[in-house]
Design a protein around this ligand. Structure first.
Ligand code: S3P
Length: 184
């Protein structure tokens, strides 16, 4: 089985929708880290934050990153804060290609506002300036990814095809013409 494909990036950059579609296209198993943490803990990410605090969530996130990093052939959508703790990215990079989905703050603002109330770190009256501030702090961490894909003004399918083309050009996926056929 090939390396994992690991999507990182700020909240609202499309990691989950792109990851799901990418896995479908590549016929791979898709794992959404937040959903998996929710399954293991038996409660939503919002409830983990509310009842036990961010520190507890980060600890669950670190355990999950370690667990997934020991598997292969997955498409993984991480939570936006996976880059914050030392060691998570390193673990995921060992047998995975880490791809950062980038988007401009205005675009992120629109995306996170459409799903208000589902993200504990996004307060009700969040502004573009708040997002810029968080991004400024996190940007150097996201930029440790081997591949950076800009998602501004692109649909999910477009981003998925771009990722597939990049992975093919890196020799990490079979090219269209050599999918399963043996030439003499
Ligand atoms: C977080 C992002 C969320 C989720 C948690 C913390 C972050 O995931 O893991 O609320 O710190 O950026 P999404 O990026 O899928 O929203």
């Amino acid at each position: 089985m090939g390396k994992n494909i690991v999507l990182i990036g700020f909240m609202g950059t499309g990691k989950s929708s792109v990851g799901m579609k990418l896995a479908e296209r590549l016929n791979r198993k898709f794992v959404d880290m937040d959903r998996e943490i929710e399954r293991v803990c038996g409660m939503s990410v919002s409830d983990i934050f509310r009842r036990y605090g961010e520190v507890r969530f980060r600890s669950e996130e670190r355990l999950m990153a370690g667990k997934l990093a020991r598997q292969t052939g997955l498409v993984i959508a991480t939570g936006g804060g996976v880059i914050l703790a030392d060691g998570n990215l390193e673990a995921l990079q060992k047998n995975g290609t880490v791809i950062n989905l980038e988007a401009k703050p205005e675009y992120i603002f629109q995306r996170v506002n459409r799903k208000k109330g589902t993200r504990p770190l996004i307060k009700k009256n969040i502004t573009v300036e708040d997002i810029k501030e968080m991004l400024q702090h996190r940007q150097p961490l996201y930029q440790q990814a081997e591949v950076i894909v800009n998602t501004n003004d692109k649909g999910v399918d477009e981003v998925v095809e771009e990722i597939i083309a990049i992975l093919r050009s890196r020799g990490e996926l079979p090219g269209r013409q050599d999918s399963g056929k043996c030439e003499k």
